[in-house]
Design a protein around this ligand. Structure first.
Ligand code: GAP
Length: 434
């Protein structure tokens, strides 16, 4: 099995991620996050929000609706430009993206292709109950457009100064022709986007500072520098709104893939929405007594792709005492469960003490109690889901109220008084920085 297959299999087996609608045969390009996956996802989103919104005075948040007025997508250029060029195989009827084909004929059956045709990737939906009044609109293909549409509402309610940014995390939808590579390219996914508004003369410095901030954040959540690189888009392949785009790419087991795009969108979006809505979306700078359409620098990250990178980075196997130990080496603050609490054996009152202790710890961070099977097996179960610490209640606990704490990566144990454990683990798994 190659590494990707191992990661996918662990995700299913342990309840991180599985196919959506599995009992009906699944639905292509849609995935469900199970009990551990949802914890991992929350940890990631909380950390991103903490880093880029809570810690910064120049950032505010937004949570806008997924469904918007259809004009939003006319103004944004998506109705006209958000296309993939597709070809169909004349023999087996399979459809392919023309830009992803490496062969002149169908890679599946060798058949001839049709001429390329444009296919809009937005998902359509109808809003309203009666056929004659229902409005046709789209599920958003990117979260950022509502940041532009709501720009004036936001900036006039929080009294910000340039430069400042608006952040949003939420679902986006794209009718991808070939969803593939597990959750890397799906039809429903989540984005974490920032639109950062500045003066045109600051654009290069702002762009550079976001490049640095993004890079450092990926390192801080546990991605290794040697698995990341920048990719600068050549001018001719830029999206319709972009003056410059660089991507952070990650080396997945299937090759390098985009994790996040950093784009200079210039004044494109606010100008378009001003024109199409007839509303003045200029920013008023009271200090300079000036109205202007600010330039926008946009860091746009995918939640699901970051999760996939975290899973691939974390997956490790090693030989321990003649057995293969599978261990997910998540950064502790990303790990779905922070501590496993076990009695060494169930009898002698150990189970009761361990249970009670676990109940206390769970108020601080996510824990799990486990008393089934040999202690070694219990450690392995937690290693496999990436739990950074395991606390063991043994007979010495009854004598002096101390427990052992085992580190997932080194497998070494320290003995600590029970009343110091919450702080010991708490400060190692918290997203907070000093
Ligand atoms: N607002 C700009 C924008 O949406 P993008 O490069 O199309 O730019 C940004 O998307 C990020 O969203 C990507 O870097 C990727 O992480 C994520 N993303 C885009 N399409 C995706 C898909 N089909 N499945 C999973 N993630 C996707």
């Amino acid at each position: 099995m190659d590494k990707m297959d191992k990661v996918v299999s662990l995700c299913k087996r342990k309840g991180f991620i599985f196919q959506s609608s599995g009992i009906y045969g699944g639905i292509n390009g849609c995935w469900d996050f199970g009990p551990l996956g949802v914890e991992l996802k929350w940890n990631l989103k909380k950390d991103w929000w903490y880093t880029f919104v809570q810690l910064r005075e120049d950032m505010v948040g937004l949570d806008a609706s997924i469904i918007t007025h259809p004009q939003v997508w006319v103004a944004s250029g998506h109705v006209e430009n958000f296309h993939d060029m597709l070809v169909d195989c004349k023999s087996c009827k399979k459809r392919f993206r023309a830009d992803q084909l490496e062969t002149e004929t169908c890679p599946d059956c060798g058949g001839e292709f049709t001429e390329p045709r444009a296919f809009n990737s937005m998902l359509r939906t109808r809003l309203g109950v009666s056929d004659d009044t229902a409005v046709e609109t789209y599920l958003r293909p990117e979260t950022c457009q509502s940041i532009f549409v709501d720009f004036k509402e936001v900036y006039s309610s929080v009294r910000v100064k340039l430069p400042f940014g608006i952040a949003q995390i939420g679902k986006s939808f794209r009718n991808e022709v070939n969803p593939r590579n597990f959750i890397f390219r799906s039809r429903e996914f989540e984005q974490m986007e920032i639109e950062y508004f500045c003066r045109e003369e600051e654009e290069e410095a702002v762009f550079a500072s976001w490049q640095e901030a993004i890079w450092q954040w990926y390192l801080s959540i546990g991605l290794k520098e040697q698995h990341m690189r920048w990719y600068e888009h050549p001018k001719e392949s830029l999206a319709h709104y972009s003056k410059r785009t660089v991507d952070v790419e990650y080396e997945f087991p299937f090759g390098w893939g985009e994790l996040q795009g950093l784009a200079n969108r210039g004044t494109f979006d606010l100008t378009q929405h001003s024109k199409h809505s007839g509303k003045d979306l200029r920013f008023f700078d009271p200090e300079k007594n000036e109205r202007l359409i600010p330039t926008v620098i946009e860091p746009s990250a995918g939640v699901d792709r970051t999760i996939l990178a975290l899973l691939c980075e974390a997956y490790d196997e090693e030989e321990v005492e003649g057995e293969t130990r599978v261990v997910m080496r998540f950064a502790p603050r990303m790990a779905p469960i922070k501590a496993g609490v076990f009695p060494l054996v169930k009898k002698g009152g150990l189970a009761e003490v361990a249970r009670e202790f676990e109940q206390k710890l769970r108020r601080r961070f996510k824990t799990v109690y486990d008393d089934s099977g040999a202690i070694g097996r219990r450690y392995r179960r937690q290693d496999e889901i990436g739990t950074p610490y395991c606390v063991c209640v043994d007979f010495e606990t009854l004598e002096n109220q101390t427990v052992t704490i085992r580190d997932r990566d080194t497998m070494e144990q320290v003995r600590l008084p029970m009343d110091e454990v919450a702080d010991y683990i708490g400060k190692r798994v918290s997203i907070e920085r000093d």
